[in-house]
Design a protein around this ligand. Structure first.
Ligand SMILES: C[S@@+](CC[C@H](N)C(=O)[O-])C[C@H]1O[C@@H](n2cnc3c(N)ncnc32)[C@H](O)[C@@H]1O
Ligand code: SF4
Ligand code: SF4
Length: 470
């Protein structure tokens, strides 16, 4: 079968394909050559998909980029399409073993039987092939019941709950389609029930012009979410004029400005409780970690690179926000094309406006969908993004240059920022140590991998080392 990760070349007017992972080559016809050229190139396997198990929804959110959840083509995904999408992901992933599936829609819980089928199917693949899956779901949670809750928990499906905060905002922005009752009143008990068994779930609130970010954040913190993402509404690709309702970026910036002073004060006071609470909802902590360790982001997200969305009919789109927009259809799970060259070639340094910007490795050129909504082009940056990203970078720098080495050590020790990431040399050294320990146990690396796959060396040693020595 032809899969991604081939290199196609011509010699003597004939086409050939090399599979560099396996060091095999074959002579191919023109059509196969064209298909392979469009398939995932070396180094960019698809490893995550948003699976649109349905393009129907029971809510009618005022800002929804999916036009009330149907993305211009209403209906559930069929079982064979879903299974084919999982097979396609496995094929596209090349040598990568850990794959991710996010159930998306519309409201994914409206097609719960398909979610169960996909999880079962993927778990079967795990037993047969060298692949594992993690599952996520973006959901309004309004359809949660006992059976669904147990399934999510038992199968470690991590929900990201969409909830806009205080009752008046949630009900205004996220009403039921049939307007029968309040989504706040109906979803809140379900959120609390879910939090009681899955305390690590995150929330995502979408903000519009009249949302007060501080007030939204407080309401969500009170509910008990472990992480809170506040995201300004972007323009819908379907309906004109959503732009007018976009959040006033000033109030968001003001909140971040006052947070940066507060973060510093809490560091100096060694107030870990406050810092840990703030970390739940404040993106400045993540930026601070990236800044201190000089982490560089060259692309804003994985869209079109390691991540795509699969629509209810099996069409592949740049990301979940572009489903249903023909211009951003990259292919289909039923053919062998993946037309994504522009997204693979684009890094922040290829964008003239961004390449000289001080915030480039934090922002990486902005979200394609936000760009599209503001400027009409995925590759042209939105002014709001620039303002926001540049200020975030400045605030991060302000915090960083007021931290002493002791402060930084304290932040790492308290797990408020992550430890310094390991370099390739560190990893190399670690591997050498592991190899030495294996030798001592009388095992080759291959034997260890084949027999004890899934156990860390420490777990393995505590379980089996005595037996081996005997
Ligand atoms: C389209 S919904 C689909 C999944 C599910 N129905 C839900 O609401 O979680 C996914 C997420 O996109 C967010 N969203 C929808 N339209 C948006 C827009 N124009 N800008 C930013 N986020 C938006 C929703 O609030 C939700 O968190
Ligand atoms: S619940 Fe999700 S899919 Fe449905 S209308 Fe709201 S944002 Fe759109
Ligand atoms: S802040 Fe603006 S100019 Fe700078 S990298 Fe981001 S989009 Fe480009």
């Amino acid at each position: 079968m032809i899969v991604a990760n081939h290199h196609v070349f011509t010699f003597d007017d004939k086409k050939y394909a090399i599979n560099p992972e396996k060091n095999t080559a074959e002579s191919i016809d023109e059509k196969t050559a064209a298909d392979l050229t469009n398939a995932a190139p070396i180094g960019n396997p698809i490893v995550n998909i948003a699976l649109f198990v349905t393009q129907e929804c029971n809510l009618n959110c005022v800002y929804c980029y999916g036009e009330g959840g149907n993305y211009g083509s209403s209906g559930h995904m069929a079982s064979n399409t879903a299974k084919k999408a999982v097979d396609w992901l496995v094929e596209q992933s090349g040598e990568v073993k850990k794959l991710g599936i996010t159930f998306f829609g519309g409201e994914p819980l409206m097609n719960f039987p398909l979610i169960k089928e996909v999880v079962e199917y993927a778990n079967k693949i795990t037993k047969e092939k060298d692949k594992t899956f993690t599952f996520g779901m973006t959901t309004n949670l309004s359809l949660l019941d006992e059976e669904k809750l147990t399934f999510l928990k038992d199968h470690k499906i991590m929900p990201l709950v969409s909830f806009d905060g205080p009752k008046e905002i949630q009900d205004k922005q996220r009403p039921f389609k049939n307007k029968e009752c309040s989504t706040y009143d109906s979803s809140l008990p379900k959120i609390k029930e879910l939090l009681s068994v899955m305390p690590d779930i995150s929330c995502r609130a979408t903000m519009m012009e009249d949302s007060d970010p501080v007030c939204v954040r407080e309401a969500l913190c009170e509910i008990g979410f472990s992480t809170i993402h506040l995201s300004p509404a972007s323009s819908s690709l379907f309906s004109e004029g959503t732009n007018k309702k976009q959040i006033n970026i000033d109030s968001y910036l003001q909140m971040l400005e006052s947070d940066s002073g507060l973060i510093l004060k809490n560091v100096k006071d060694r107030n870990s409780d406050n810092l840990k609470k703030m970390k739940k909802f404040n993106l400045l902590f993540e930026c601070l970690g990236e800044f201190i360790y000089n982490k560089k982001r060259e692309t804003p997200c994985g869209a079109g690179r390691g991540y795509v969305a699969v629509s209810n009919s099996g069409n592949i789109f740049l990301c979940h926000r572009f489903v249903g927009t023909e211009k951003y259809k990259l292919g289909s799970i039923y053919d062998n094309k993946l037309d994504r060259a522009p997204y693979l070639m684009r890094t922040v340094n290829t964008i003239e406006k961004c390449s000289k910007c001080f915030a480039k490795y934090h922002c990486a050129g902005g979200c394609y969908h936000d760009n599209m909504g503001s400027t009409g082009s995925v590759f042209e940056q939105s002014e709001n993004t620039c303002r926001l990203m540049k200020r975030i970078m400045e605030l991060t720098a302000y915090i960083s240059c007021n931290l002493t080495e002791d402060d930084k050590e304290y932040l790492v020790k308290e797990k408020i920022i992550s430890e310094k990431p390991e370099t390739l040399e560190d990893l190399d050294k670690k591997k050498q140590n592991v190899m030495a320990e294996l030798e001592e146990l009388g095992l080759t690396e291959e034997e260890y991998k084949n027999i004890f796959e899934g156990l860390s060396l420490d777990e393995f040693k505590s379980k089996y080392s005595k037996a081996i020595k005997l």
